[in-house]
Design a binder for this molecule. Sequence first.
Ligand code: ISL
Ligand code: CA
Length: 553
Amino acid sequence: MKTSARLWWQDGAIYQIYPRSFQDSNGDGIGDLPGILSRIDYLATLGVEAVWISPFYPSPMADFGYDVADYCNVDPIFGTLPDFIRLIDALHTRGLRVILDFVPNHSSDQHPWFLESKISRDNPKQDWYLWRDPAPGAGVPESRPPNNWQSHFGGPAWTYNPERGQFYYHSFLRQQPDLNWRNPEVRKAIYAAMRFWLDRGVDGFRMDVLWLLIKDDQFRDNPLNPDWSGGGSSFGRVLPLYTADRPETHEVVAEMRAVMASYPNRDAVLIGEIYLPLRDLVAYYGFDPNTADLRGADMPFNFHLIQTPWNADRIAQLIREYEGQLPTGAWPNWVLGNHDQTRIATRLGEYQARVAAMLLLTLRGTPTLYYGDELGMTDGSIHPDQVRDPAELNQPGIGMGRDPERTPMLWDNSPVAGFTSGQPWLPVNEGAATRNVAAQSSPDAPRSILNLYRKLLALRRQHPALHAGAISYVQSNSGVLSYRRILGDQQFQIFLNLTDDIKRVTSEPGHILLTTILDGEGADVGGITILEAGEGLLIALKNPHIPDPPNKP
Ligand code: ISL
Ligand code: CA
């Protein structure tokens, strides 16, 4: 593939900002858009290509913005629409793209559409949400949900509405009613909202829960999960056969793509949040076997690094399987963390988090970073009376809470880490006095994880083989994962020690571009090379004498 034909979102890295937690500008303890603007130097020098900003639309904040009450505005907590315009202009001026988080599956129960839909069975929006009669049987209607569908946040996915005498469906909270994507008017309204933001210059969307948009039109019961032990969330009681990944969803994704394609010089990116096994995930690229066109999402998010055990064999197998299943022309992507998942440094510790950074930023495909991971931020510890996440408040104590991975960004060693002049909405992490942007940028900390991220991002930008090359020779050998990135006569060898033991590897002649412990750069290697516990090496090979690699690893 010629580098010139490539698109910005293929070559660069994406940085996710959870706006409540990035930077507060007015002392109310909640991050906001002017706060992001004030940190633009940090973003512009980190080396990422785009920022993805989690929802900032008007919202009652039942799910912190993933319950949208107006798709075309900014919540006063986060600022104003002019604040957003200022932010996007400034980011563009600094060469950064802007990806919005868009929530098409459900609105807030305070959205005017739902307020209208719920008042009667014959209003113009009566069919904009998923309304069903109570199941037949004895007992009061509110005790007879239409079927056994369960909310992702626990409990039945149906809530009774006395005004209509019917239930409405919600994949998540009862304050997040699911829109009826079989209704063409709903589609039109959401596509108009997408255009509202595209007209304001946004460079793409991350579509929330894209694989959940369509539900079974016969509302059949989901099959019981034979593996459910009775513990954890009630969501696990049934298998989401009729509530997720329905075949008609692909039609909707193709329509969303068409909305974006209708813009001249379209280069906005369509990303889908999709938690599915690889085979079903890659179907969201929408490969059409008749025309060989891709009609779906540009990048269905690949969360498999988050879900795969940290083991060289398993990850080598994952890379090979994913690469092997990508349809022709589809561009891969990798994600290590987000606002719904335990942070990588908590899962693996700092040394392996460094190895994970080298993995994420040297794999083939667009990497997405979660704010704070570049500092090796761990999950915060949240005292029971500090819990804010509805997923935890709904089902206390079963580990659904996402507050720990949403604690404030750590900027400096001031009392609230430079995040706010007031009381932060979630507590600042312990250890913030030393683990923060200022400390890790200081000349006293040349080997900080932040410097590792900056160097990895810079090298990835600098070398076409790293952002556009093939991946090949994916291997695992006694806990060391290795692979090459290749373009033309440029070849890089990556060795990642996923264990806590010292390992020996054999390398072809080359020199070290980078190590995860930021030590030994520039040194020549060749033959037996020692890898420290939890160390990764990025090597530029001198005269690779191996034959041309196959297309697939
Ligand atoms: O079921 C899951 C994974 O298999 C959950 O992680 C779930 O899919 C995920 O929480 C969906 O996330 C998105 O939509 C939610 C919102 O709370 C999350 O923050 C968002 O990322 C509802 O909008
Ligand atoms: Ca604020």
